[in-house]
Design a protein around this ligand. Structure first.
Ligand code: SAH
Length: 244
């Protein structure tokens, strides 16, 4: 069994995380009827942290985050607290703030075609679909891909397609993509993903090993411009052969 290693928490997010952990680290077991209120609380916190794209806020107000956490883990932490949590196979669901932040930076428009690498729970994919995007998402751990596929189907997110496979290869048959979001950290920008980005498109990814930064790539006229953003901490983007 792998340990739960990297948490997608940037240095910037440590204060809210420490605060949240100090008041909500124990199992909470929120009754189903209180989930909506918990979600509203999460969204109010996102607004306080500076997320101000109304469409992102609206999307995150609707997606039932708790249902994307496998039942076994759902009540071991507050699914609507601003921290990551376990989803099995040693992986985590990203904390709400980082989901909101990356989604806001991607500036997704309805009808756009998005590739996500690192499906995990399926939550980020659902948020993108709630914004009206067509989402193609790849997860290297087959059990997680299966979990995400099932929850997304049950919750009626028909615009998401999940593939179990190696994200380094991208999804060439469906390319080019308007935007690409990577939610695990490679050490170098994967070439295939740049190739599968349409001209004028954007990709956001955490880059690095021990020290990671979010990076935004813009492809224009065949050139790629790279902008550094926040320091973050994500699970590594593994190569196929490293999977146990
Ligand atoms: N977006 C997710 C969080 C994902 S955590 C959510 O909303 O819950 C990162 C995920 O990336 C993990 O599930 C991990 O298994 C996956 N991953 C790591 N390397 C990968 C690769 N090469 N291709 C596809 N997925 C990968």
């Amino acid at each position: 069994m792998k340990e739960i290693k990297m948490m997608p928490v940037g240095l910037f997010f440590l204060i809210p995380v420490i605060f949240a952990a100090s008041c909500g680290g124990k199992p909470v077991n929120i009754p189903e009827r209180d989930r909506n209120r918990a979600r509203e609380r999460m969204v109010r916190q996102l607004l306080r942290y500076g997320i101000n794209d109304e469409r992102v806020i609206a999307a995150m107000s609707t997606v039932p985050r708790h249902l994307f956490i496998p039942e076994k883990y759902r009540d071991t932490f507050d699914p609507y607290g601003d921290y990551p949590g376990p989803i099995g196979s040693g992986q985590t669901i990203s904390q709400p703030y980082i989901v909101a932040y990356m989604t806001e930076r991607l500036d997704v428009k309805p009808g756009e075609k998005i590739l996500e690498i690192g499906t995990g729970s399926g939550y980020q994919a659902a948020v993108l679909a709630a914004l009206g995007a067509d989402v193609y998402t790849i997860e290297i751990i087959p059990e997680l891909a299966e979990h995400a596929r099932r929850v997304l189907a049950e919750q009626g997110y028909r615009k998401v397609q999940v593939r179990a496979g190696d994200g380094y290869k991208g999804w060439p048959e469906r390319s080019p993509f308007d935007e690409i979001i990577v939610t695990c950290a490679p050490e170098e920008i994967p070439r295939a993903l740049i190739e599968q980005l349409r001209d004028g498109g954007r990709m956001i990814l955490p880059l690095g090993a021990r020290f990671q930064r979010l990076v935004i790539c813009r492809k224009e006229g065949g050139e790629v411009r790279i902008e550094d953003d926040l320091p973050v901490r994500f699970v590594p983007m593994v190569h196929g052969r490293e999977v146990k």
